[in-house]
Design a protein around this ligand. Structure first.
Ligand SMILES: [Zn+2]
Length: 293
């Protein structure tokens, strides 16, 4: 008899109305333009939002071609979180064609952009210090869109920002192990300007700040000369770019391939960088193991 009563209680409890924030259809619907911003949004929004990403793991956000499913995602969204600084050139047309009324949140607001010639360098997430600004902007946007869950968003953001502070210290102490004369590498495209500015490693890349460009024979020849005269110890592949160019530069100069850097995208679950924190850790480990001795 007592067991029946317990079963009855269990049934009543499970059938009781869910609180508003537990019902998925009431969750704030947020779309992130690419995987790294998606990870920031997920960390701040937690279980109070439902989140989808347009450009997924190992995708190239510079040259993305939206699918019809992307228009549907945006049409249903309340918030659309983007990087800005010219990264998502394909987005305005997609937003227009979707008829979306989503508020657009530019996660880099307040970051002083680096410039390469005329173009703004969009890769500010590569500095953990700037990643903090992304997270603060995302927190403020979620709070404004869903004040009922403000407390949860603020608490999640504070927890995540503390992790980013620890990560920033980790990067600095890892770089400190590399002799200053060896803090120089070749990567595929100019994705590490903010990392270079924050942490003092020089990156030289045959492609500019967008993967849309192509390296000229003259650019490649210049880099090959530079590797030889400056004795640059290592070249790096990138998860989003064709590896042939860097392999060719390595073969011609004898500079070793120091591994793969994650530039503009997370990996999938098995790829070594499924979150932003793991991405940064992967990159500093690749850099220090190629350069520290
Ligand atoms: Zn890029």
């Amino acid at each position: 008899m007592r067991y029946l009563w317990l079963i009855f209680l269990a049934l009543v409890t499970s059938a009781s109305p869910l609180r508003a924030q537990d019902r998925p259809q009431d969750h704030l619907n947020v779309v992130a333009s690419f995987s790294i911003i998606g990870d920031f949004v997920r960390n701040v929004g937690g279980d109070r939002i439902s989140m989808t990403t347009l450009v997924g793991p190992d995708g190239d956000v510079h040259v993305y071609t939206p699918a019809p499913a992307d228009a549907k995602k945006i049409a249903d969204a309340k918030l659309l979180v983007v990087n800005g600084l010219g990264l998502e050139g394909w987005l305005p047309r997609l937003v227009q064609s979707s008829g979306s009324k989503a508020a657009i949140v530019t996660a880099t607001d307040g970051i002083a952009p680096l410039r390469i010639e005329q173009a703004a360098d969009p890769h500010a997430w590569q500095s953990v210090v700037d990643a903090r600004i992304y997270v603060a902007n995302i927190r403020n946007a979620l709070v404004a869109a869903d004040p009922a869950d403000a407390e949860a968003f603020r608490a999640n953001a504070a927890t995540y920002l503390a992790k980013l502070d620890a990560l920033d210290r980790e990067v600095r102490s890892a770089i400190a192990q590399i002799p200053p004369a060896r803090r120089k590498v070749i990567s595929t495209h100019g994705a590490f300007g903010y990392f270079a500015a924050a942490y003092g490693i020089e990156f030289i890349a045959p492609l500019g700040v967008s993967t849309e460009s192509e390296a000229s024979a003259r650019d490649i020849a210049g880099i090959i000369t530079q590797i030889r005269t400056e004795k640059i110890p290592a070249v790096f592949l990138e998860n989003i770019s064709d590896v042939r160019l860097i392999r060719r530069i390595s073969a011609e100069t004898g500079a070793r391939v120091g591994g793969t850097l994650f530039s503009d995208s997370l990996s999938d679950e098995k790829g070594g960088a499924p979150t932003y924190i793991e991405l940064v850790r992967h990159n500093i480990k690749a850099l220090t193991s190629a350069l520290a001795n």
